[in-house]
Write a protein that binds this ligand. Structure first.
Ligand code: G3P
Length: 217
């Protein structure tokens, strides 16, 4: 399973990159706004900077909802860098746009996916990635990880090549559960990723080894 960071924050991207296990980045309009990036040129420049830091796919989301404008936006985004993947919402026009991008050699990430039916549509439109939002599903009282399992089964049975990109990750256990459920990629904020490092027995064991090492130094 690949690790993507779900952020537009350059410091956090550098920190995850320095760890040596980062495979890509996903962003969305909320994450870009959070960084205070304003204006077309600044946004395009920010995506380029991210692509220069990380050697892997970088999802950049269209902010229009009609087919013609989504296509124009996606063309401009994909021209920024070969690693840009155009993120498109799961709507009627979004599906048409993904099919257009697929036919024209532009890779897409279908976002705002909350059901297996939507995931099938994304795969049929040729999306490179499908993004089920598991944390937001959990928030409504349903089981987000179960959706990952269901999509993984369908894609395997049907031979779809779309990669399952588990999104809306809220904690380290989500990452482990997504790996078990068959996600190809997990996109996470920095804290759940770093949380994978932690176990109290590791700390206790290391303290003991350091103490014992003093005896034969
Ligand atoms: O990037 C899409 C997704 O990961 C958003 O997560 O935490 O806003 O539900 P969240």
């Amino acid at each position: 399973m690949k690790f993507f960071l779900d952020t537009a924050n350059l410091d956090q991207i550098k920190e995850a990159h320095d760890l040596g296990v980062l495979d890509g980045i996903t962003t969305n309009p909320s994450l870009m706004a959070k960084e205070g990036i304003k204006g077309h040129d600044a946004v395009m420049g920010h995506y380029k900077t991210i692509c220069e830091i990380v050697d892997g796919d970088v999802s950049a989301e269209v902010i229009s909802v009609d087919l013609a404008t989504m296509i124009e936006e996606g063309k401009a985004l994909s021209a920024i860098h070969p690693n840009i993947v155009v993120k498109v919402p799961m709507t009627r026009d979004g599906v048409k746009a993904m099919k257009w991008f697929t036919d024209n050699g532009i890779r897409t990430n279908c976002t705002l996916v909350f059901s297996a039916g939507q995931a099938i549509l994304a795969a049929k439109a040729g999306a490179a990635y499908v993004s089920p939002f598991i944390g937001r599903i959990d928030d409504t009282g349903w089981d987000g990880v179960q959706l990952i399992e269901q999509i993984a089964k369908i894609y395997s049975v049907q031979g779809f090549e779309t990669q399952i990109l588990a999104a809306s990750i809220r904690n380290s256990n989500h990452i482990v559960q997504c790996a078990e459920a068959g996600a190809n990629v997990c996109t996470t904020p920095l804290a759940p990723l770093l949380g994978l490092l932690n176990h109290p027995l590791t700390d206790i064991g290391l303290a003991k080894f350091i103490e014992d090492a003093k005896k034969f130094k």
